[in-house]
Design a protein around this ligand. Structure first.
Ligand code: HXC
Length: 258
C-alpha cells in the first residue's frame, strides 16, 4: 500500500513505520494521522507482523501537530470535526506492541504520539516537549494526561507550563523513555527490541499490553485482579504448555500463538 506521508516496510515479522513529511519536520496533519492509523490497523490484521516500530528521521520524530493547518481554524471547526480524535483513538487501541524510536524533536503532538506507543526508545539527541503553551493553546492529545502519568505532576506541569524541552537523559530519569542509546544506533536497538518481542507468543504479548495499559486506568486492587484473570487465562493456551515444557527440557520454545 502506497502512502503519501508515511513509509511502511515489513520484514522479519516487524512493521517499520516511518513518518515522512520532512519539509514540515513530520508535523502531524489529518492525512498523516489517518494514514498512520490505517497502516497500524493493517499491521494488526497482518499475521506476519508481530511487532511495530514507529520512527521519524534522525533530526525529528515529529515537531507536533501542523501549525499551518491549525492556524486558521476556530473553536467550532476543531470541536465539530473532533480534530485528530478518530485517528488517535485507533492508534491507542492497536493491540499489537508498538515501539516508538525517537531521535531529535518529539514536540507537542509528536511527544503525544510517542506516548501513545507502548514504550519509547530514545536516541541520545532526542528532545521531548509540550510547547503548545507558546502558541496560546495547550496539549490536546495526551500531553497533560499520559505525560503526567509517565513522569508525575511536577515535571508534567513544568513541561506544559514553561514549554521547555527535556533531553533524552532527563526523559529516561523521569520514566518517559525506557532506554537511551547513541542516536546512530537507535534503529538497530529498536529493531532488536522488536525482534525480541516478535519471538514471544503473540497471545501473551497482547495480554501483557492489555494488563500494563490497565494499570493506567484503574485501582491497584482492580488491576491486580485483571492481571490475575489474564494470567490464569494464558493457562488455556498451547503456548503455556510449550513455554514451560521447553524450559524444563532446556530448549528454546516454539510458540504457535495458540
Ligand atoms: C508546521 C512546522 C512545525 C509544526 C516545524 N515546522 N514545526 N510546520 N507545524 N508543528 C516547519 C517550520 O515551519 C519550517 O518550515 C520547518 O518545519 C523547519 O522548522 P524551523 O523552525 O525552521 O527549524 P528549527 O529552527 O530547527 O526549529 C525546530 C523546532 C521548531 C524547534 C522544532 O520548528 C518548532 O518550535 N516547531 C514548533 C513546535 C511546536 O510548537 N509544536 C507543537 C504544535 S501544537 P519552513 O516552510 O519555514 O521551512 C500541537 C498540538 C497537538 O502539537 C494537539 C492536537 C490535538
Amino acid at each position: 500500500m502506497a502512502y503519501e506521508t508515511i513509509i511502511v516496510e515489513i520484514e522479519d515479522h516487524i512493521a517499520l513505520v516511518k513518518l515522512n513529511r520532512p519539509d514540515a519536520m513530520n508535523a502531524l496533519n489529518d492525512v498523516l494521522l489517518s494514514e498512520l492509523a490505517q497502516a497500524l490497523k493493517a499491521a494488526q490484521k497482518d499475521p506476519k507482523v508481530r511487532c511495530i516500530v514507529v520512527t521519524g528521521t534522525e533530526k525529528f520524530f515529529a515537531a507536533g501537530a501542523d501549525i499551518k493547518m491549525m492556524a486558521e481554524k476556530g473553536f467550532v471547526d476543531v470541536y465539530s470535526e473532533d480534530l485528530f480524535s478518530d485517528a488517535t483513538g485507533t492508534i491507542a487501541r492497536i493491540r499489537k506492541p508498538i515501539i516508538a524510536a525517537v531521535s531529535g524533536y518529539a514536540l507537542g503532538g509528536g511527544c503525544e504520539l510517542a506516548m501513545m506507543c507502548d514504550f519509547i526508545i530514545a536516541g541520545d539527541n532526542a528532545k521531548f516537549g509540550q510547547p503548545e503553551i507558546n502558541l496560546g493553546v495547550m496539549a490536546g492529545m495526551g500531553g497533560s494526561q499520559r505525560l503526567t502519568r509517565a513522569i508525575g505532576k511536577a515535571k508534567a506541569m513544568d513541561m506544559n507550563l514553561t514549554g521547555r524541552f527535556m533531553d533524552a537523559e532527563e526523559a529516561e530519569r523521569a520514566g518517559l523513555v525506557s532506554r537511551v542509546v547513541p542516536c546512530k544506533k537507535l534503529m538497530e536497538n529498536a529493531m532488536q527490541a522488536a525482534a525480541k518481542i516478535a519471538e514471544k507468543s503473540m497471545i501473551s504479548v497482547m495480554a501483557v499490553k492489555e494488563a500494563v495499559n490497565r494499570a493506567e486506568e484503574t485501582t491497584l486492587t482492580e488491576g491486580l485482579l485483571y492481571e490475575k484473570r489474564l494470567f490464569f487465562s494464558l493457562f488455556a493456551t498451547e503456548d503455556q504448555k510449550e513455554g514451560m515444557t521447553a524450559f524444563l527440557e532446556k530448549r528454546e520454545p516454539q510458540f504457535r500463538d495458540r
